[in-house]
Design a protein around this ligand. Structure first.
Ligand SMILES: CC(=O)N[C@@H](C)C(=O)N[C@@H](C)C(=O)O
Length: 763
């Protein structure tokens, strides 16, 4: 018997051929690494002023389905006043099992944290330049794993390098113990013979990606003795993050400064949601081991009581200013992300702190910018050390329309300068500062990332001119095939006029929005490439003009891409952003249709070969579009799409989001009650499911079974509705994935299938 004949057929021959061809193409892009962080060290050995750079890199390991962490080092030689040369080590080194790497302030020590698996202790290693000097294991009785999520995460060395403050899960609460007699008084060890542990009380967590994680709490470790203490004086109900040591002068109080999130009656999802109220606190910190045991009242002070949101605290190197970011506009209005503002507290020279310090505004929320002017601050992070040597200029990456740019911000005058080049469609990010010089990264949808070195060549009163040179680096060296594929692509950012300008629309919401257009320009000028319309989620998020492996794959596979930043996206001022809540499913859908008409009218796309894809709110738009414009799309792919608010509101970790987007920001607090019949009717009418009977477009659904944001049932209900009426549907379920399908194998399978699905209907 030929066993092959008995095997179930996975795909037909054409699809199998496509699978083979496209997976080879995708493989070319997937192994390109990312730089996460970089640090600069003054050379301790040589007499010269040479510097050493250390870059933390992640590279997807598809076979192992994990991300590998590598370290790549280099010597940095200053060549002239406008350039530098990086001499790279021959190979990177893998940092297996390492979660966090933090150099000490002097650069002479390195903290390496490894987090436990299966309730094992966290390990803290202190490295010197030649060896591992110390290793401490912190048992689960003291705390759970150290936070390394980029949000609550905070690890900070004190200046004399004796203590490290950090954020970790509070220890597990006690669980009831039972034996053959029933309930056993007092706690027993976990593995006591003849006993078993009950579940105990369920504890709220911060939702999507935080499932089962215990409250983030503040700890300090003495790196000489290894003793760990929970910091006292902090309200038990606060979740803690982003800790830093305040400046210290001998004989004065030492403070730890951190962010505290209070959760009220329940914790709502916090991932992708900067609208959760938070404040910056200061708590007296022990300077010597003996002070840990003091019984003095050391209650934390809330320094930012007068503002609803304060986070990313950063002290100027001279200790005079505490600068922080605020998402007050998001907290106060209820949208999940909004335009940021930047603020300053003048740190008291006498070290005496008071509740509610005076808060100075550095950058206010921009409502509507004039053409070509700064559109407002939109930061996903602020570098740990963003300061130029004048102690008052910070370098910040911020979203500016469809790009990320570098800004220099004077924290005293509020002067903002765009310092990354304006004449490109690239996005820029800050990696580290070398005195007054900047090491950054730039990339575009058609250019792999490059390391850039920036120096001020002319410092004027009103403006400074920066020169940028490209640093040759092995990190992003890619194959000849990738280089040749990318060189045939072009990227432009299109301005799309608003069609439905009506009375009552704000000025900011009447201004053009943008779409990034990527095309290879087909060989035969009369035959246009099929188009993929790509839609971001949020909806208060943005698609940036940076390098994306999945976009590069799809455009190299022969598609033009139209990546639409519909009104409501970040980066275009607060009025445009606030125009969307309450109008989802119409304003955003119409913006996408206008963008499609725009490229068709310019002769850049053919109306008969249009496909659409998006994640989350982008999946909401995808499924709305195939229902509202059933003749327009030949194929669609929806990743964890919001298809039915009525269903989602009862199961998601952000029920407040459903009210704000469907009913408008006036309804931001309605989630606390059970939804009324009227609420549910409106939810239904604004949902893609209400248009499902009109859909004809073959649709691929990519669903994460562990998604707490848009639970699986949402996409599945819609997919089943289409299937019942005979629309071609394919569902791929990722059993171990959350909302973002970002684990290496899932990411790969997701985009491979999008390519294969679109080829089936376009080629
Ligand atoms: C705030 C939020 O998470 N909204 C979701 C419905 C969504 O669209 N998520 C975005 C962030 C995504 O891209 O997944």
């Amino acid at each position: 018997m030929d066993i092959n004949k008995e095997m179930p057929v996975l795909v037909d021959t054409t699809t199998e051929h496509d699978y083979a061809h496209l997976s080879n193409l995708l493989q070319e892009f997937t192994s390109i690494p990312d730089i996460d962080k970089a640090w600069l060290f003054k050379s301790h050995s040589s007499a010269t002023l040479d510097l050493q750079g250390m870059f933390s890199i992640t590279q997807p390991d598809i076979l192992g389905n994990k991300k590998r962490k590598l370290i790549m080092s280099c010597n940095i030689l200053k060549q002239s006043c406008s350039s530098a040369k990086f001499l790279w080590d021959p190979f990177p080194i893998e940092m297996s099992g390492v979660f966090i790497v933090v150099p000490s302030p002097s650069g002479s020590k390195l903290l390496i944290i490894r987090n436990p698996e299966n309730e094992a202790p966290s390990s803290f290693e202190i490295w010197s330049s030649s060896q591992i000097e110390k290793e401490f294991h912190i048992p689960q009785l003291v705390h759970g794993s150290v936070y390394n999520d980029g949000w609550f995460e905070g690890v900070s060395w004190n200046l004399d390098e004796t203590f490290i403050a950090y954020v970790a899960e509070e220890p597990s609460p006690e669980k009831p113990t039972f034996d053959h007699m029933g309930y056993k008084k007092g706690s027993g060890a976990d593995k006591d013979y003849g006993c078993w542990k009950g579940q105990g009380d369920w504890e709220d967590d911060w939702g999507e990606t935080y499932a089962g994680k215990r409250q983030p709490s503040l700890f300090v470790i003495n790196i000489n003795s290894g003793e760990v203490h929970a910091v006292k004086g902090i309200d038990k109900s606060l979740s803690i993050g982003q800790v830093v040591w305040a400046p210290f002068t001998e004989g004065r109080e030492q403070y730890l400064v951190f962010v505290g999130w209070s959760s009220g009656t329940r914790k709502l999802g916090i991932k992708y949601c900067s609208n959760r109220p938070c404040a910056i606190y200061a708590v007296r910190a022990p300077h010597h081991e003996s002070e840990f045991h003091s019984t003095e009242d050391l209650r934390a002070l809330n320094l930012t009581q007068t503002i609803s949101s304060a986070y990313f605290p950063r002290f100027s190197p001279d200790g005079r200013f505490l600068v922080f970011l605020s998402a007050r506009s998001a907290v106060d209005s209820g949208v999940h992300n909004a335009t940021n503002s930047l603020h300053r507290i003048d740190w008291p020279a006498d070290g005496k702190l008071y509740q509610s310090s005076k808060i100075n505004d550095i950058i206010p929320v921009v409502m509507c910018a004039e053409d070509g002017c700064f559109p407002g601050l939109y930061c996903t992070t602020i570098h740990n050390n963003p300061w130029l040597s004048d102690n008052r200029t910070m370098i910040i990456s911020s979203i500016w329309h469809s790009s990320e740019v570098l800004l220099s911000v004077n924290v005293l005058s509020g002067e903002i300068l765009r310092i990354s080049p304006e004449d490109s469609n690239s996005s820029w990010n800050l990696l580290m500062l070398d005195g007054n010089n900047i090491v950054g990264i730039s990339s575009s949808p058609v250019d792999v990332p490059q390391i850039k070195y920036g120096m001020i060549i002319e410092k004027g009163m009103k403006n400074s001119t920066w020169s940028w040179s490209t640093i040759s680096s092995p990190i992003f060296r890619c194959t000849d095939k990738v280089r040749s594929l990318l060189s045939s692509l072009q990227c432009t950012i299109l301005k799309i006029p608003v069609k439905d300008v009506c009375d009552g629309l704000t000025r900011g919401a009447s201004k053009p929005f943008e779409a990034i257009f990527v095309t290879s320009g087909s060989k035969n000028k009369d035959v246009l490439n099929p188009l993929i319309v790509i839609l971001h989620g949020g909806p208060q998020d943005v698609s940036l003009s940076h390098f994306s492996k999945s976009w590069a794959f799809l455009s190299s596979a022969g598609y033009s891409l139209l990546i639409v930043n519909y009104r409501g996206s970040l980066g275009f001022g607060e009025e445009a952003l606030q125009s969307l809540p309450g109008r989802v499913g119409s304003q955003d859908v119409n913006d996408v249709l206008s963008a499609i008409d725009h490229v068709i009218n310019l002769g850049l796309a053919s109306p008969s070969k249009i496909t659409v894809t998006g994640i989350s709110h982008g999946g909401f738009l995808t499924t709305h579009l195939i229902g509202q414009a059933p003749e327009k799309f030949v194929a669609a792919a929806a990743i964890n799409p919001v298809c039915n608010f009525t269903l989602m509101v009862g199961t998601t970790d952000i029920p407040d989001w459903c009210y704000v987007e469907a009913h408008g920001t006036v309804a931001r607090n309605c989630f606390t009650k059970a939804p009324s019949a009227e609420d549910l009717a409106l939810f239904y009418s604004k949902s893609p499911i209400s248009h499902s009977s009109k859909v004809k477009t073959p649709t691929l659904f990519l669903l994460g079974a562990k998604d707490l944001r848009v639970p699986l049932s949402d996409g599945l209900q819609y997919a089943r509705a289409l299937k019942e009426k005979g629309v071609e549907v394919k569902v791929i379920m990722f059993q171990n994935d959350v909302h973002a399908l970002k684990r290496p194998q899932s990411d790969f399978e997701c985009f491979l299938n999008i390519g294969v699905w679109f080829n089936k209907y376009c080629k």
